[in-house]
Design a protein around this ligand. Structure first.
Ligand code: SF4
Length: 633
């Protein structure tokens, strides 16, 4: 049956048997979960056995699009990559910008499910519905940029529109926070690169000229024009375009939203001068990551000369630069830009990379690292020279790098002697560059996000508490943010749950979340979705798809043995900062996290003792059939 808005095909790639098969997209599952992190939740939950080794053949990794993966849709270039994470042993997902999403659909597929394990390195090409596995000997062991250049020259040269995602040497070495790269853009978090590395699939190329049919093309074009106009006329769009995400650095520092020195503080006072340095020395120009982006928050950057000389590339994003400045108190912006580039080329998540180095610097400060492991490295706080050295050691799993390559949780357990006290992570995923002390919705989001300590999947809570954004969710029960104090705790658990249900939609629709900061709300996503699929979905139903998806991901985690204990925040992240602008602000500490979590569970309809969704909750969301074997009350 033709499914309007979809290419209609799921490509299954079995690496053990070296076989590719095309299947039809299931219309019932499509209506229930749409695409992206939603449809993938159904696939991973039903196909990956409980307790499967994330780096074994039973794990699967899914590249997914949605009916809105179109260049005409604001943010529609993205692709979602979903898998069981080797960092958390739980639900893993990561979005990547660029053109890969629409190029997958031009190749004729909505989903690519990679399963099994190859004996020898392979890469996959999917061009106009024809899927092939190739010997990857020419690209094995190469960096991301080298692999991408080779694939573009040898596989995609004659394809009208195509993209290549690759892993780097870090993925091949199964560094647990290795990323899946689209040249400079990353599906960075959670270790998708390691999952592909374990399967010996080094790259996926897609492209062609297929077109998904639209239910009502005229209506779809009108809806996308309206959405584009909304974004283009939003004042947030101008700020993002002019200054990029790094433009938030000074304000975040001032507002206590900039984790500093392995989270000892949430402000540093260096944000303004570092940003000025970046603008003056590193910035070349703004850039859109996919053809048609109305914001173009990307930055083309370089380091012209000196020890950190770095070619022109796309980088300089807020999270990455914060990871190599504030996290480790490095004041050399050239070093930070260089480290971001190195991580991309080696295929490592920048956030986790900066976080593990900050953790290592604190271990050094406390004399917890034996000299033979250090191998002469000078891990003094703020030392810019050690950063690239240690990154390369992590990528190659050498010495201290091997210990850090499994992330702060595992490294702290191995080091012992109290190291877990300052290993900042939730569920095993290191914290990003926003601070839940200064906006308590974010604190709850950090604890409860299915993929671990994440600022954006599904929700950047700080934008509600501090930015006073409601993303059109007040009509679904969220309070008016203007009436809410950012230090307050009461009500934040409920706000968080309601906001997550709406803000997971871009992850399901595989669109860029920044469009939501520039005026796109669920009603506008809905109009585009209904126009292209021919559905008559209501906004309430759309939000329920969000809730259903989050609850199914939760069941995935429950089945892996996660529960209330895994929704806790690291103790350091709850304490009043040790130094900086907020050290004398007691309300900056998190006073009663348990109460916020209780409120969150109640709002979600989860059992307070176990954190498992209740029978009624599952029934209301149409998820009862997924709960077999789970102790549901
Ligand atoms: S806003 Fe930025 S990340 Fe989002 S699609 Fe545009 S360039 Fe890419």
């Amino acid at each position: 049956m033709m499914l309007a808005g979809y290419a209609g095909k799921l490509l299954r790639v079995n690496l053990t048997a070296s076989v590719c098969t095309l299947e039809d997209v299931d219309p019932k599952i499509a209506r229930k979960f749409i695409g992206g992190a939603g449809y993938s939740a159904h696939l991973l939950y039903t196909e990956v056995p409980a307790k499967a080794d994330p780096l074994g053949p039973d794990n699967k990794i899914i590249f997914s699009t949605s009916p809105l993966s179109e260049n005409l849709v604001p943010g529609g270039g993205s692709v979602m990559v979903c898998f069981k994470s080797p960092q958390t042993n739980a639900w893993g997902e990561s979005r990547c910008g660029g053109n890969f999403g629409p190029d997958m659909r031009r190749a004729g597929v909505d989903f690519i499910v990679v399963e099994g394990k190859s004996d020898t390195p392979k890469f996959l090409s999917v061009i106009n519905g024809c899927a092939q596995l190739h010997d990857a000997a020419p690209i094995a062991g190469k960096t991301v940029y080298e692999k991408t250049d080779w694939l573009e020259e040898n596989i995609l040269k004659d394809v009208a529109r195509g993209s290549a995602m690759t892993i780097g040497p870090a993925g091949e070495n199964m560094v647990k926070f290795s990323s899946v790269m689209l040249r400079d853009r990353a599906a960075g978090r959670g270790g998708g690169g390691a999952v592909l590395g374990s399967k010996k699939l080094l790259a996926v190329c897609v492209g062609g000229n297929q077109k998904a049919g639209h239910g009502d093309k005229k209506r779809f074009l009108a809806a996308t024009r309206h959405a584009m106009k909304t974004v283009r006329s939003d004042e947030m769009r101008d700020g993002f375009h002019k200054y990029g995400t790094i433009g938030d650095m000074a304000a975040n520092d001032e507002d206590g939203d900039w984790p500093t020195k392995n989270w000892k503080s949430n402000s540093w006072g260096k944000g303004p001068e570092l940003f000025d340095m970046f603008q003056e020395k590193n910035l070349v120009r703004a850039n859109g990551c996919y053809s048609g982006c109305p914001i173009a928050c990307g930055r083309i950057v370089q380091v012209k000369e000196g020890p950190f000389a770095t070619p022109v590339h796309e980088g300089g994003e807020y999270e990455s630069i914060s990871a190599f400045t504030a996290f480790v108190v490095n004041k050399d912006m050239n070093a930070a830009v260089h480290c971001d580039y190195l991580c991309n080329d080696m295929g490592m998540d920048t956030i986790s990379s900066g976080a593990v180095i900050g953790f290592a610097m604190e271990c050094m400060e406390r004399n917890l690292l034996p000299p033979e492991l250090l191998g002469g490295l000078d891990l003094e706080w703020g030392n810019p020279d050690v950063l690239p050295k240690l990154l390369k050691m992590i990528c190659n799993r050498e010495g201290l790098g091997d210990l850090l390559a499994d992330g702060v949780k595992v490294a702290a357990e191995k080091i012992g002697r109290g190291a877990s006290e300052f290993a900042v992570h939730v569920k095993g995923l290191e914290g990003p560059a926003h601070d839940g002390r200064s906006g308590k919705v974010l604190a709850v989001a950090y604890g409860t996000a299915n993929r671990g300590m994440c600022h954006i999947h599904p929700l950047e809570g700080m934008a509600f508490d501090r930015g006073k954004m409601d993303w059109g969710m007040q009509k679904h029960g969220v309070r008016d943010p203007e009436t809410v104090g950012r230090w307050d705790e009461k009500g934040k658990g409920t706000d968080c749950a309601l906001l997550q249900d709406g803000m997971v939609l871009p992850d399901i629709l595989t669109t860029c979340k920044f469009m939501s900061y520039a005026g796109l709300s669920p009603d506008l996503w809905l109009e585009m979705l209904n126009a292209t699929t021919g559905w008559d979905m209501t906004e309430k139903e759309l939000i329920r798809v969000g809730s259903r998806t989050l609850n199914l991901q939760r069941l995935f985690n429950v089945r892996e043995g996660l529960g209330v204990a895994d929704d806790q925040l690291p103790s350091r992240v709850k304490k009043v900062p040790e130094f900086g602008s907020y050290k004398d602000t007691p309300e900056c500490g998190i006073r009663n996290y348990d109460q916020m979590l209780k409120e969150y569970y109640e709002s979600r309809g989860w059992d307070l003792a176990t954190g498992i969704p209740n029978t009624d909750t599952l029934e209301n969301l149409g998820l009862s059939e997924y709960a077999e074997g789970i102790d549901v009350k």
